[in-house]
Design a protein around this ligand. Structure first.
Ligand code: CA
Length: 224
């Protein structure tokens, strides 16, 4: 899941970034309305965390700006403990959920997963694909009922492909997903991870679309 975090507090932002990365998410962190606008015009995110009190403006105005343009990426707002008025204004302006500071990082991660799930029309958290079952909450895959040992990067790439089943995911987009991982000594080479995923999950799962990217085809019997 690609998360955009818009938060000006260094301590809060760092905590969220590290916590969500441990939960298998890729986090881009910006601190001003100006930078957020610039990035949002160029990059697509799965979900946005928006602090309302920002140094160069109110997060609410950013929220209204995008909702008025019919832009529907899920947005969770962060508000102060006593910010009832802000919270109501945020929800009325088109926010999908909110958390009050201080909050629990596990709860934040769970709410983001729920927002993404709803935006994709999935009511259950597990993704089924033939003999493969993937759990985005645990970054775990089972093949024919057997647990498959995946690294965080492998799991993150597999999830991206499963969420876009039947569509080509460009190599650039997959590289972006890997780029967010700064910890660990695993390779960042996309082809290495694809090779490992095929070795662990069977060669037929992921198709290479030459010069473009990769795809998990929709199952032929149409069920999922
Ligand atoms: Ca703030």
């Amino acid at each position: 899941m690609n998360v955009l975090l818009i938060e000006d507090d260094d301590l809060v932002g760092e905590g969220i970034k590290v916590g969500l990365q441990l939960a298998g998410m890729t986090v881009d962190w910006l601190k001003t309305v100006k930078n957020a606008k610039a990035v949002l015009n160029q990059v697509a995110f799965d979900v946005i965390i928006l602090d309302l009190g920002l140094p160069d403006g109110n997060g609410l105005s950013l929220l209204r700006h995008y909702r008025e343009r019919g832009w529907d990426v899920p947005i969770l707002i962060l508000t102060a403990y006593d910010g009832v008025v802000e919270r109501v204004a945020g929800l009325d302006a088109g926010a999908d959920d909110y958390l009050t500071k201080p909050f629990d990082l596990d709860e934040l991660a769970a709410r983001l997963r729920a927002l993404q799930r709803r935006s994709q029309g999935r009511t259950r958290n597990l993704i089924h694909h033939g003999a493969l079952v993937y759990d985005p909450a645990g970054l775990e895959a089972r093949l024919n009922g057997q647990a498959v040992d995946l690294s965080r990067r492998e799991a993150s790439l597999l999830q991206l492909l499963l969420e876009n089943r039947g569509r080509i995911v460009s190599s650039d987009r997959m590289q972006d997903r890997l780029y967010g991982w700064s910890e660990g000594v695993e390779s960042n080479a996309l082809s290495v991870h694809i090779h490992n995923l095929r070795r662990k999950l069977g060669r037929g799962l992921i198709e290479t679309v030459r010069g473009v990217g990769y795809r998990i085809p929709v199952e032929k019997d149409g069920c999922h």
